[in-house]
Design a protein around this ligand. Structure first.
Ligand SMILES: *Cc1c(COP(=O)(O)O)cnc(C)c1O
Length: 229
């Protein structure tokens, strides 16, 4: 890979993404700050997260609880208003740890995990904001609740978590036009009177904002290509 020009810094990439988010909100007739940026820092070192923090970014996403535990507690000490979202598939036995370190878990997708999160909430006396991940493409290898079960599962989560249930999240199939998936997720959220819609990544966050995303999860467009895990 050729070396990046010096103007291509993490700070400049972050600024550029922020402007594109604001412009997309504008174009969609939404408030300029209607979609929040989750900077996805998975596989990147704490030093990269710090650079983003110095550039004003406060909200981060991590896939793995273990990696988040290694990186974020020290950062949080230095930057108390930092926010962390868990955006990767969550094992039941990691639910308690996830609730300890995260401000939101975006990947609630099965009854066993609902039970584990309920127990964690009882034990800690609080729960992070929770998002139901919907497998909008019904892809067998992907986490998320299948479309056919989404209504019932969202209703279950509402019963168990009340207003801790913040919204829905999806990752459309890679080879498909994401727009119909975003439209479906936004409609489902609306039907369940949920305000939060986490959708859109580096390649398609502008489309997601057009369809009502309130959170966009952008990794490589900010931090560059991910080093191998
Ligand atoms: C890695 C990841 C992202 C960020 O993807 P980019 O294409 O690098 O922006 C967003 N959401 C989830 C769930 C991810 O795992």
């Amino acid at each position: 890979m050729s070396s990046a020009p010096s103007s291509d810094t993490l700070t400049s990439r972050l600024d550029r993404i922020r402007s594109r988010i604001a412009e997309s909100c504008d174009r969609a007739g939404r408030a300029t700050d209607a979609a929040k940026l989750v900077a996805v820092s998975k596989f990147h070192p704490a030093s990269a997260v710090e650079e983003a923090l110095r550039a004003g970014q406060r909200l981060f996403g991590e896939n793995r609880v273990q990696e988040a535990r290694e990186k974020f507690p020290a950062l949080r000490d230095a930057w108390p208003d930092l926010e962390l979202h868990i955006i990767g598939g969550l094992q039941t036995n990691k639910a308690l740890d996830a609730c300890r370190i995260a401000d939101a878990i975006e990947t609630v997708d099965r009854p066993g995990l609902v039970d584990a999160l309920s127990r964690a909430g009882d034990r800690l006396g609080h729960l992070p904001a929770l998002y139901v991940q919907v497998n909008t493409g019904d892809e067998p290898q992907k986490s998320g609740v299948p479309r056919a079960d989404a209504d019932r599962f969202i209703t279950l989560c509402r019963q168990r978590f009340g207003n801790r249930l913040a919204g829905l999240m999806c990752i459309p199939p890679e080879a498909e036009d994401p727009a119909p998936h975003f439209a479906y997720l936004a409609k489902l959220a609306h039907e369940h009177e949920l305000m939060g819609c986490s959708m859109g990544m580096s390649a398609d966050f502008e489309t997601a904002i057009e369809h009502g995303a309130t959170l966009v999860r952008v990794g490589s467009a900010i931090f560059g290509n991910r080093p191998a895990p």
